[in-house]
Design a protein around this ligand. Structure first.
Ligand code: ADP
Ligand code: MG
Length: 141
């Protein structure tokens, strides 16, 4: 089941620019099912914990600041090979390098403000879904 689930976060700049709907549309068009969703503003403490694997890297502090600068939309997505399929749809971390048609190519402003977060492996996907959602908040169809 884990292999079929992943987490996406629409980053504050994209929510602020009213891109939530069009990004979710692309995700649904690509065959993902939304099984949990919420819109919240994270504290820097929560963001720091979420991104703890990057602690110590030069981009960690500004990343935490950016991710807690406004509301985000967080969703658990279901699809076969969800993690790799979503990473493909999301594109490279650097929007300039991302393939045409990917979410980051279309909506990314910079390597930091690259529109969305997507889990990068099955183990992280499992941790990240549990970080934000309880079992009761995930719906099965
Ligand atoms: P990804 O989000 O593609 O999995 P990483 O896990 O390496 O990329 O980094 C997490 C986030 O940190 C990125 O999405 C981006 O917002 C930020 N980031 C990563 N590398 C850089 C960088 N070189 N400069 C600025 N921000 C960065
Ligand atoms: Mg990552």
């Amino acid at each position: 089941m884990t292999a079929n689930k992943t987490l996406i976060i629409i980053k504050p700049h994209a929510v602020r620019d009213n891109k939530t709907g069009v990004i979710l549309s692309m995700i649904i068009e690509a065959g993902f099912r939304i099984i949990a969703m919420k819109m919240i503003r994270l504290t820097s403490c929560q963001t720091g914990e979420f991104y703890k694997e990057h602690k110590g890297k030069y981009f960690y502090e500004p990343l935490v600041k950016m991710m807690s600068s406004g509301p985000v939309v967080i969703s658990v997505l279901e699809k076969e090979n969800a993690v790799s399929e979503l990473r493909r749809l999301v594109g490279n971390t650097d929007p300039e390098v991302a393939e045409p048609g990917t979410i980051r190519k279309i909506f990314g402003l910079s390597t930091r403000e690259n529109a969305v977060h997507a889990s990068d492996g099955n183990q992280n996907a499992s941790r990240e879904c549990t970080f934000f959602f309880s079992e009761l908040e995930e719906f099965k169809y």
